[in-house]
Design a protein around this ligand. Structure first.
Ligand code: DX5
Ligand code: ZN
Length: 224
């Protein structure tokens, strides 16, 4: 069977009840918890750091997927690993030494991922695939939840999927292909058809209001 992971983004959760929200989406069927970190420097918005990650860690058994929208990256990596990150992804443009940052994350025992904005070229992957566990394609410009899906990401996803399939045939190792931004039950099938296996959804999941709504949206995404 094909891999299909749904990763609700806490950006659209009720921050006053974050632990309960994380537990609710886990019970509603989330595969990963997507944790958006913004610094008002790399992106024009500000969210949360390692202390909040540490606080929500006991509320879920699902892997926590930390999406760093920060610059610089390296100095923050150890704190997020210590706080319980399972996966850490960062943006190509935000690290001066991508190879080093990937290695830093993996040396700390987490999985490492590289994030591509809608206009970021895929050539950043050329010499680092063997150090990458996740490729995350942004289908919106990073910084805010609730934006509309940028459809050129589908063609980009299909190109990455080809690269990852070729790499798997050579190495026997599967790299995850994740998409983030504007994903909903209505467009998730197109992303899956392009080869995406991991789907971040913030407003679509948390906009459903409560645990029954979360369960219903996650089930509809998986079915689609
Ligand atoms: C955007 C964040 C996304 C965002 C997704 O910068 O990285 O994870 O929360 O939210 P939706 O699903 O509402 O586009
Ligand atoms: Zn994100």
């Amino acid at each position: 069977m094909r891999t299909c992971r749904i990763a609700p983004s806490i950006l659209s959760a009720d921050f006053a009840r974050l632990g309960e929200e994380v537990r609710a989406v886990t019970e509603a069927g989330a595969d990963w918890i997507h944790f958006d970190v913004m610094d008002n420097h790399y992106v024009p918005n500000l969210t949360v750091g390692p202390q909040v990650l540490k606080a929500i860690r006991p509320w879920t058994t699902a892997p926590i997927d930390v999406h760093l929208m920060v610059e610089p990256v390296d100095a923050l990596v150890p704190a997020f690993i210590k706080a319980g990150a399972d996966i850490i992804t960062f943006h190509c443009e935000a690290s001066r030494h991508i190879d080093r940052t990937l290695q830093l994350i993996r040396d700390g025992g987490a999985k490492a991922g590289l994030v591509f904005n809608p206009a970021t070229p895929l050539s950043y992957l050329d010499y680092v695939l063997d150090r990458v566990d996740v490729v995350l394609l942004m289908s919106v410009n990073p910084g805010f939840g609730g934006q509309s899906f940028i459809s050129s990401t589908l063609e980009k996803a299909a190109r990455v999927k080809e690269m990852l399939d070729r790499y798997e045939a050579e190495s026997g190792r599967r790299i995850a292909l994740e998409i983030d931004g504007g994903i909903k039950p209505e467009n998730i099938a197109a992303a899956a058809a392009a080869g995406v296996d991991t789907f971040v959804a913030g407003s679509a999941v948390f906009g459903a209001g409560h645990i029954d709504g979360y369960r219903d949206v996650i089930a509809r995404m998986r079915a689609a």
